[in-house]
Design a binder for this molecule. Structure first.
Ligand code: GDD
Ligand code: MN
Length: 384
């Protein structure tokens, strides 16, 4: 075999910086320049992980690549999520030392050299940019968000036993080896990747904290909404059940429980209006199914959310699935009652059966991520 000789590889930069970005086009250029100013003589690379933002974030990164800036873009198609984007960026980093920073300039990039220095000169594993130590602050956050953040932090301290002052921070620097050691245990749910790393590491990590003041957003809007709270719940469920129960299933069942309450309320109302039991029960069933469908579409399967005609079609398929689930429910309950002779046990077994059935089948047939197919055409055949 004739070996090819490769040119000497360029040395890895001192720091790889990962910035998750969704619709941050106007912030990319200011971010790159701010980092360049802050890093001074130290070498660095910036990896923007973009989830196919419709505003053309990836094209803006490409433009900066063209100008020779040490940046690149990982563009993910058909996927969303801050935590998983960060993980993907961390794994692609060329340096052993990596930092994570928001793309909207809300984190203070002038702290990056301090973080890098700490990783270089001490044996700490991770440096957290914290709003709750000396030199740190919440910036212009309104009371509502401050309160939300405080509650989330309190839960992290209590439930996950994390001692870091700002486990909600998305601004930190870490040794890549730390992430790699925890990689299979990361849940990658939602927003809180730092908390995920802290609670997934096989050994206790040595952590340093550096204060920073949370800035106003440079341009664009925050992606934080109710869904982020739900995703935080996902992360906690995943951590507390050690990944045994899919968080999505827990959510599906919780919505099912609310659906049952909806069913009973409608039934009560209909019977109160003088309707006979069977039509009342049928009406209540339809209402509960619609209720479950709408909530699951908005929350549980938000990343595959159906709209327009697909929403209607999805509802029909969902109803069919639930009807089959009900049949499965009744047969299992019947069997359990015969074998065990206890009706509460039979009720639970039936409900469990239909939840698992509905969840599995609906995930597959109603909210399956869509693929666009394009057939290839042969336009040229070259003879060898
Ligand atoms: N690739 C990708 N995919 N990036 C995303 C996604 C996504 O689904 N969602 C958000 N981002 C990017 C944003 O573009 C931004 O650069 C960064 O992640 C943070 O998102 P924001 O929507 O700006 O979050 P925030 O300002 O409300 O929340 C910040 O404050 C928290 C402190 O409590 C974030 O910095 C959090 O990381 C931080 O923990
Ligand atoms: Mn932000």
């Amino acid at each position: 075999m004739i070996a090819h000789s490769f040119a000497k590889a360029a040395p890895a930069p001192a720091l790889s910086i990962v910035a998750p970005a969704y619709n941050e086009r106007p912030n990319i250029r200011p971010l790159v320049h701010a980092i360049a100013r802050a890093m001074g003589e130290a070498t660095w690379e910036l990896i923007v992980v973009d989830d196919d933002s419709p505003d053309g974030t990836a094209a803006e990164v490409a433009a900066m690549v063209g100008e020779g800036a040490p940046v690149r873009c990982i563009r993910r198609v058909g996927r969303r999520g801050l935590a998983s984007a960060v993980v993907e960026g961390l794994l692609a980093a060329r340096s052993e030392l990596v930092a994570v920073i928001d793309a909207d300039l809300q984190h203070d990039e002038t702290r990056l050299p301090v973080m890098l220095e700490l990783l270089r000169t001490s044996d700490v594993d991770l440096v957290v940019g914290s709003r709750h130590v000396a030199g740190g602050g919440m910036g212009e956050w309104d009371m509502r968000r401050q309160r939300m953040s405080r509650v989330a932090t309190w839960i992290a301290h209590r439930l996950a036993g994390v001692a870091v002052s700002d486990p909600m921070s998305g601004f930190f620097a870490v040794r890549r080896a730390v992430v790699e050691a925890a990689i299979y245990d990361l849940s990658q749910q939602g927003y809180k990747i730092l908390l995920d790393i802290l609670t997934s590491s096989p050994r206790p990590l040595k952590v340093a904290e550096v204060g920073y003041v949370f800035r106003d957003r440079h341009a664009g809007t925050s992606k934080l909404d109710v869904v982020v709270l739900i995703e935080y719940a996902f992360l906690l469920i995943d951590k507390l059940t050690r990944g045994l129960i899919p968080p999505r299933f827990v959510l599906f069942c919780a919505i099912g429980g609310l659906g049952l309450a909806c069913h009973l309320a409608v039934l009560d109302l209909a019977i109160g209006q003088g309707m006979a039991f069977l039509p009342a029960q049928a009406t209540a069933t339809l209402c509960a199914m619609a209720f479950n469908y709408v909530l699951n579409n908005a929350i549980t399967y938000r990343s595959a959310r159906l709209k327009g005609a697909r929403f209607v079609l999805g509802y029909l398929v969902f109803s069919a699935v639930c009807s089959l689930g009900a049949l499965a429910n009744i047969s299992v309950a019947n069997l359990t009652l015969r074998e065990m002779g206890s009706w509460p046990l039979a009720g639970v077994a039936g409900a469990l059966m239909s939840s698992v059935f509905n969840f599995g089948v609906a995930t597959h047939f109603v909210w399956r991520p869509r693929r666009r197919r394009r057939r290839a055409k042969v336009v040229l055949r070259a003879d060898a």
